[in-house]
Design a protein around this ligand. Structure first.
Ligand code: S3P
Length: 428
């Protein structure tokens, strides 16, 4: 499938952003491992989170869909999962395969776990190594540190792991395994990555604490089912925030967006670039959230690197688009992780923006963009990467002429209603 965009100014209106993907995945996982029921409101009903539900269904967990975005998980406790007859299929979801591997390593049964072509190219050595240090028996099929993974459940021991990368998926896999281990387990990261697992383990009654960039979990006999209200996903809100900033005469209000400080790097970047952004109706329930208002702005280039990178890693494709509309140079550095996302995002961002006429150069850990020249429409590939398709839809609205995005259906991974919501902002 492909979609076509032409220049659109005066984008106006409000968007209700779908539920946060990271929190939705974790609500199913922790709900399954808790005693009693967990009711989740504003759950993200999209392909990735539905893959997590299917994996738990295959291990005997009942998940009732009450509504499009309301689910009830019938938890069976920490030791209530059963062996799946088939290989568990995570589809395109890196969060599912990595976090689930932590849980499966500690079960008293064996598992096989795999996913689509993109998942089978993504590095799993980063979880195999620490889980093996904990006593797990986890192997990749070709011994190449890629899925399919074969996991023979074992008794685990706690470790103190110094992670070479700031990755919430790696940290969470270890913490989930740590819930079952003998003794304490800690993970120290170079910079703090998103902390939803820590917040939710604690919310479900687990025993977890933070000391600087080190997170420590002590096994606890059980988790208790909870009511979870998922905030809107800032990674999905990002497309509309940037659309409001880079198209002329626009004013977009994105409602109920999660602004956890480990996820809010984009807000900081927009402010530093001179963007007109306001946070309204701030509230703090399980996670802090706010409505975010963005208006057309004159932006300036900045340097983005260091500890902010894990706080905006999924937003870099749309930040690169935004940088093309900023006066001066934007440097994105310390972001090597982009190469091992759903696609090699350094490659695809540079290729697509060059096709649109941008002045952009790839570097080993990011890219350099000389902004301020108008973009022109082009035919672009999504590489089946949802964040690439959505970012270039916004680029297409801000560029001169016609932009076609091939493989546009991949937005179903995290935001099935994306094109419909975008259209709702266009003046009829
Ligand atoms: C996620 C963590 C991040 C992020 C991904 C979701 C999570 O990945 O890019 O989209 O839910 O834990 P890494 O842990 O690989 O940085």
């Amino acid at each position: 499938m492909s979609v076509i965009f032409t220049k659109a100014n005066n984008l106006k209106g409000e968007i209700d952003i779908p539920g946060d993907k990271s929190i939705s995945h974790r609500s199913v996982m922790l709900g399954a491992l808790a005693k009693g029921t967990t009711e989740v409101e504003h759950f993200l009903d999209a392909a990735d989170c539905n893959s997590t539900i299917k994996c738990f269904n295959a291990m005997g967990i009942e998940v009732e869909k009450k509504d499009e975005d309301k689910i009830i998980i019938h938890g069976k406790g920490l030791h209530g999962l059963k062996e799946s007859e088939q290989a568990l299929n995570v589809g395109n979801s890196g969060t599912t395969i990595r976090l689930l591997s932590g849980i499966l390593s500690a079960q008293d049964f064996n598992s096989r776990i795999s996913g689509d072509d993109s998942i089978c190219r993504r590095p799993m050595g980063r979880i195999i190594k620490p889980l093996t240090m904990m006593g797990a028996d986890i192997k990749s099929k070709e011994n190449n540190d890629c899925s399919p993974l074969f996991i023979n459940g074992k008794k685990l021991n706690g470790i103190d792991y110094i992670s070479p990368i700031a990755s919430a998926q790696v940290k969470s896999a270890i913490l989930f395994a740590g819930m079952y281990a003998e003794g304490e387990t800690s993970v120290t990261e170079p910079y703090i990555s998103r902390n939803h697992s820590e917040k939710m383990i604690s919310y479900f009654g687990g025993n977890i604490r933070q000391d600087g960039t080190k997170c420590i979990i002590t096994p606890y006999p059980h988790l208790e089912g909870q009511k979870v209200i998922v905030p809107g996903d800032i990674s999905s809100a990002a497309y509309f925030m940037v659309a409001g900033l880079i198209t002329e005469g626009s004013e977009i209000l994105v409602k109920n967006v999660g602004i956890n400080p480990t996820r809010d790097g984009l807000i900081e970047v927009i402010k530093e670039m001179g963007g007109d952004i306001e946070l309204l109706n701030m509230k703090d329930e399980m996670e802090p959230c706010a409505d975010i208002l963005c208006k057309s702005s004159n932006l300036k280039g900045i340097t983005i690197g260091g500890s902010i990178i894990p706080r905006l890693i999924d937003e870099i494709p749309i930040i690169a688009v935004m940088a093309c509309f900023a006066e001066g140079q934007t440097i994105i550095k310390d972001a090597q992780e982009l190469k091992v996302k759903e696609s090699n995002r350094i490659d695809v961002i540079v290729e697509n923006l060059q096709r649109m006429g941008a002045d952009i150069t790839p570097t080993d850990d990011g890219m350099i963009i000389n902004g301020g020249k108008p973009l022109k429409g082009a035919v672009l590939g999504s590489r089946h990467d949802h964040r690439v398709a959505m970012s270039f839809a916004i680029a297409g609205l801000a560029a001169e002429g016609k932009t076609e995005i091939i493989g546009s259906e991949c937005v179903n991974i995290s935001y099935p209603a994306f094109y419909r919501d975008l259209e709702s902002l266009m003046q009829k």
